[in-house]
Write a protein that binds this ligand. Structure first.
Ligand SMILES: *Cc1c(COP(=O)(O)O)cnc(C)c1O
Length: 362
């Protein structure tokens, strides 16, 4: 079977080792074997999330937990920070859940900054804030540490943070940040097959959830806590994913978490250098470029080279690689190169070599 190597920002390429673990024969999800599996990986998950609390496993894509977090925590009004396709959609999802919601909106390509949030929260209208740490559509990473430091000023506001494309790419220490929900998905930075959400919540978030009547069942934080305490999940999980996760955690701790962060930083810098060498400019505002993927302008901003992105995608595909052609309203005006997951200097250099050759043919 012919396979295109995925260099799109999710789902990303999955290793053979991960696939092998994913296809481990099933066990009963209420039996000791499953509890042993979850029990084995819990300490490693806690180390990665940097939390004393329990890490929950949700059989859903990240959106399940993103929507579920709103349903568990919003009583008054949510402030949705919007700076790209995923964060913009979160505002829409708030409304679809029937929640009172306001948007804090910046232009795509710009980050969310603490002063903007401070000004909004100072009105006292909000009890929940949503933030996408790394906007995968624009390649912008907002300054999470600075934003999280607002939490001490607004302890009653629940800070929900999506780290789908930044988790394990950069250090995100849940307990010391003091935020309330940290969530990620399987198919991006963790390089697992799509379909698993991973998250942890603060004690305050569990307390808030327990007072919300219509939080539903499937994503009920209280159910996740109660079950995780017994190394179980509320409903039957995707067990294959959890074996794959165990295998991936082995990889991560074998490499060393600091080495993993450094590798992503180096590979993202290589990608920015490749763009500069080829007369392309970057879409993100300077200083906020993601370490997980690079969003490159196709003449959308002054000074950049202009190419036929769709044609480039086709040529790159002929060489066995799937690349991205821009997301949502910046499709064609940008394209994105991912260095998330298992990429190495060697695989990135191969991508650049293929791109160089294909650019000559445009
Ligand atoms: C991909 C992505 C999501 C959505 O993930 P699904 O797995 O499709 O639910 C949410 N947030 C960010 C930042 C993403 O990159």
């Amino acid at each position: 079977m012919s396979h295109l190597k995925l260099h799109i920002p999710g789902p990303v390429e999955i290793s053979q080792k991960t696939f092998k673990a994913f296809s481990t024969p099933m066990v009963g999800h209420r039996g000791q074997k499953f509890k042993d599996l979850y029990g084995r990986i819990q300490p490693r998950l806690q180390k990665l999330f940097k939390t004393q609390g329990l890490v929950y496993l949700s059989t859903s894509s990240a959106w399940g937990v993103m929507e579920g977090s709103l349903r568990n925590l919003v009583k008054k009004k949510v402030l949705n920070c919007m700076c790209g396709a995923f964060s913009d959609k979160w505002f829409d999802v708030s409304q679809r859940c029937g929640k009172e919601a306001d948007s804090l909106k910046v232009d795509w390509g710009s980050p969310i900054l603490p002063a903007m949030i401070d000004e909004k929260l100072a009105t006292g209208q909000y009890d929940v804030l949503t933030l996408v740490h790394n906007e995968t559509s624009t390649g912008v990473m907002s300054p999470l540490g600075d934003i999280a430091s607002l939490k001490s000023k607004y302890p009653e506001v629940m800070f929900i943070v999506d780290t789908v494309s930044s988790f394990s790419v950069v250090d995100i220490p849940f307990d010391s940040l003091g935020i309330d929900v940290l969530l990620t998905g399987s198919q991006k930075a963790l390089a697992l097959p799509p379909g698993l959400g991973l998250f942890t919540v603060s004690k305050a978030a569990l307390e808030r959830a327990s007072t919300v009547n219509d939080r539903g069942y499937y994503f009920d934080f209280c159910e996740f806590e109660k079950n995780a305490a017994k190394s179980m999940t509320p409903s039957t999980p995707s067990i294959g994913h959890i074996y794959a996760l165990e295998s991936k955690l082995e990889d991560i701790f074998e490499e060393g978490i600091q080495n993993r962060w450094d590798r992503h930083a180096d590979l993202a810098q290589m990608t920015r250098d490749w763009a500069a060498r080829n007369d392309f400019t970057l879409f993100p505002e300077k200083g906020y470029e993601s370490n997980a993927l690079t969003c490159i302008n196709n003449g959308a901003k002054a000074g950049g080279r202009i190419i036929d992105v769709a044609k480039l995608q086709g040529l790159v595909k002929d060489q066995g690689i799937m690349m991205d052609g821009g997301y949502g309203k910046i499709k064609g005006a940008t394209f994105r190169l991912s260095n998330m997951g298992d990429e190495t200097e060697e695989t990135m250099n191969h991508l650049f070599q293929v791109l160089d050759e294909c650019l000559k043919k445009l």
